[in-house]
Design a protein around this ligand. Structure first.
Ligand code: HEM
Length: 299
């Protein structure tokens, strides 16, 4: 019998078991808060928000697994990618089910709202996309679809983009967290572009990882500044909007959070090369310490 916490050789994988249990925690937390009356004045709406947030977070975590596996040279991380992706689908179904409950289970209202409200239409398209990916995520489907499976599963980039647009549109003026999610999505997409062109023996050298962190940070700052210019037309200039990133007057800005994320990944990559032994079975490459510093491809 194969359980979700088993690895390919059907042995218990502590990593898979931990992630499996962790995936239930956010929904359980919402359930307990709901049952104990701790979800505020509109509990159902708050529950919709929390499951929506976890959907987008899990999609971003699933997208981060491949880069982190390579940068940290932690091959077994791939074992949990499918689980996190299916978890994102479970959360979006919960998000949708709670929305249907909030509309008093009236199918006509639900259908007309999805057609008439553009942010719901976008969310619904993303949900259908995630359903297609979840339905084709079994080993049998991977074998049956062959190369087409990869083409289909690349849709996750578009689905994530639609999820982020839905998130930003419903957040109206409060764009702090959506902008952070956008910035991390930019980092993840830049990583894939760079890895395709610049990888050395399947790994992106650390200077490129530093460079893409800087690019994602600058793009996040520019994205937020453009939003400020549009939302507060005439009252804000580009310089003042960008200047907010260098003070704490408006709190920690999204670009600073994206910079911190990029730096943590970079430091983890450097530490992996210097502090941990090379992964089992990788040949020693006699390129000297200097290259080991810069290029995670060299063990
Ligand atoms: C992959 C698909 C989806 C993702 C990633 C997603 C994500 C999100 C996120 C992150 C939020 C905001 C949470 C917050 O600010 O605290 C949200 C809100 C919301 N979403 Fe979704 N969602 C998706 C699909 C859907 C679908 C299919 C529906 C319903 C048809 C839906 C209905 C809503 C509603 C009603 C809200 C709250 C809006 C408000 O209170 O003004 N979402 N969603």
């Amino acid at each position: 019998m194969k359980y979700p916490w088993n690895d390919y050789s059907r042995k218990l994988s502590p990593l898979k078991l931990m992630v499996f249990v962790a995936l239930f925690l956010p929904a359980s937390w919402t359930l307990v808060a709901f049952l104990t009356g701790n979800l505020g004045a509109r509990p159902l709406n708050e529950a919709i928000h929390q499951q929506g947030l976890w959907t987008i977070r899990l999609i971003l975590i699933a997208l981060a697994i491949n880069p982190l596996r390579s940068i940290l040279q932690w091959q077994r991380l791939i074992l949990v990618r499918r689980m996190v992706g299916v978890g994102a689908f479970a959360y979006v179904m919960l998000h949708f089910a709670l929305y249907v409950a909030d509309e008093n289970f009236n199918p006509l209202t639900v259908a007309s709202e999805i057609v008439l409200r553009i942010y719901l239409t976008i969310g619904f398209v993303a949900l259908v996309g995630l359903a297609a990916l979840a339905a084709t995520s079994t080993d049998a489907m991977v074998r049956r679809l062959g190369r087409k499976w990869w083409a289909l599963h690349r849709l996750i980039y578009l689905i994530c983009l639609l999820g982020l647009i839905h998130y930003s549109m419903q957040s109206k003026l409060e764009q702090w967290e959506p902008t952070i999610a956008d910035g991390i999505f930019v980092w993840l997409m830049l990583y894939r572009l760079a890895a395709r062109k610049l990888a050395v023996r399947g790994r992106l050298p650390l200077p490129w990882i530093a460079g893409l962190g800087v690019t994602a940070t600058v793009l996040t700052a520019l994205g937020e500044a453009v939003y400020f210019l549009i939302a507060f037309a005439g009252r804000v200039t580009l310089t003042t909007a960008l200047g907010t990133n260098f003070s704490l007057q408006l709190g920690v800005r999204p670009a600073v959070v994206v910079a911190a994320f990029s730096l943590i990944v970079l430091v983890a990559g450097v530490a992996r090369i210097h502090l941990a032994p090379p992964p089992k079975g990788r040949p020693r490459y006699n390129a000297g310490r200097h290259w080991r510093w810069w290029c995670p491809a060299l063990p």
